[in-house]
Write a protein that binds this ligand. Structure first.
Ligand code: S3P
Length: 424
């Protein structure tokens, strides 16, 4: 489905409630499936990725019953049944990497596969630590499909070269079913939702700086309410800053400090942004955000902030085209391993609009402020975040922009366009 985006001249105004967090929705299903008992999950994501995780656990014998579109009851004995079919992870790296940590320690074999984009993404990053724990995984040269031969796992002390929440979560989920104490250390702290949810469900878990340790644990079922996704809110934050005459409030945004790099960056760039009504929901910090059109200056984004805004970099690149000066984004080479090579894809597509942006091996150099011209066709590379980032660029382009295959947005944020329209 192709989408035509027109320049917004009136500004974005009003109030929206940001939909459910994708990372938390995956983890709510995965961790409550590991817990013995009944869990009510409220505000579960409508995105296709989280439904891939949900259907996968149904295929492992977990009883999941929707009470309404986003509210469900999950019943588990804490044990899984051998699946009768290969397990489909769709487009979702989170599903494949987290679930491999659980399946590696079962007393049955299973196969995880995914779509064209997921089948190209690196899985060695989880195969390596799991193999050190005693797992046996056959792959297509480090890529999906993964054939997982269930084994009894032993704990490890793993020092990861990557700051990746997916790798960390995979090892921790294997660790709560392994003999001994598993330690995982990463260079910079990545999102810590797995740690917080494990703690919430009673696991034996300790955190010290960027090292987490877990012991073999039984989890206790406990109801989970999922807050809104800051990675979805990021598209609105950027749009609010660059679309003239905007002033609106984004409600119910997850503000876990391991995810709020985008807020630190826009503040550094001079944004008018206010955080209101901070509260805690199911062990996660939440708040509302007021955003107003702002004059922005360039900045450098690198080092330990990168894992705290990794998914927001495509839309931050759009933002940087509207900031005075040279914005440098570096240390982000793992962007090449996302749903698309997000470095090449962002540069190729933003240049079509007239942006002054150069590709580096691990990021971008963006000179602003530039007028985006539009009048072109944008490709989306099977990548939901690229589609949404380019929609934002379209809102400030002089002439209309056609975004091809816009349906990829449904992977994480099916409500995206309707929410935009409600602010106009
Ligand atoms: C995620 C972790 C990040 C992020 C992805 C979701 C998660 O991936 O890009 O969208 O839910 O754990 P990496 O761990 O590969 O950086």
């Amino acid at each position: 489905m192709n989408k035509i985006v027109e320049k917004n001249i009136n500004g974005l105004k009003g109030e929206i409630v940001i939909p459910s967090d994708k990372s938390l929705s995956h983890r709510a299903i995965i961790l409550s499936s590991l817990a013995k008992g009944t869990t009510k999950i409220e505000n579960f994501s409508k995105g296709a990725d989280c439904h891939s995780t949900l259907n996968l656990f149904k295929n492992l014998g977990i009883d999941i019953d929707f009470k309404s579109e986003q509210s469900l009851i999950l019943k588990s004995t804490g044990k899984f049944l051998e699946p009768k079919q290969n397990l489909n992870c769709g487009n979702s790296g989170t599903t494949m990497r987290l679930v491999s940590g659980i399946l590696a320690g079962q007393n049955f074999n299973s196969v995880l596969y995914g779509d064209e984009s997921l089948s190209k993404r690196p899985m060695k990053r989880v195969i390596e630590p799991l193999s050190l724990m005693g797992a046996k995984i056959n792959s297509n040269d480090g890529k999906a499909p993964l054939e997982i031969i269930g084994k009894h796992l032993k704990a490890i002390n793993y020092k990861s070269k990557l700051s990746s929440a997916q790798v960390k979560s995979c090892v921790l989920l294997a660790g709560i079913n392994a003999e001994g104490k598993t330690l995982f250390t990463e260079p910079y702290l990545s999102r810590n939702h797995t740690e917080l949810m494990l703690e919430y469900l009673g696991a034996d878990i300790q955190v010290e700086n960027s090292t987490v340790s877990v012991q073999k644990s039984e989890l206790t079922a406990k109801d989970i309410t999922i807050c809104g996704d800051i990675s979805s809110a990021a598209f609105f934050i950027v749009a609010g800053l660059i679309v003239p005459h905007s002033d609106f409030v984004i409600k119910n945004v997850g503000l876990n400090p391991t995810r709020t790099g985008i807020i630190d960056v826009v503040k550094m760039m001079g944004a008018n942004i206010e955080i209101l009504d901070k509260r805690t929901i199911s062990n996660e910090l939440v708040g509302d955000i007021r955003i107003q059109t702002s004059d922005l200056k360039a900045c450098e984004i690198s080092g330990n902030i990168i894992p705290r805004l990794i998914d927001e970099i495509p839309v931050i690149a759009v933002l940087a085209t509207q900031a005075e000066g040279t914005t440098i984004i570096k240390d982000a080479q793992d962007l090449r391993n996302k749903e698309s090579d997000r470095i090449t894809a962002v540069v190729t597509e933003l240049r079509k609009l007239g942006a002054n942006i150069d590709e580096t091996q691990d990021g971008f150099i963006i000179n602003g402020k530039t007028k985006l011209l539009g009048d072109c066709e944008i490709n989306t590379y099977h990548d939901h975040r690229l589609a949404m980032s380019m929609y934002i660029a379209g809102l400030i382009s002089e002439k209309q922009v056609q975004i091809n295959d816009f349906q990829w947005v449904d992977i994480s944020f099916p409500e995206f366009e309707q929410l935009f329209t409600s602010l106009q």
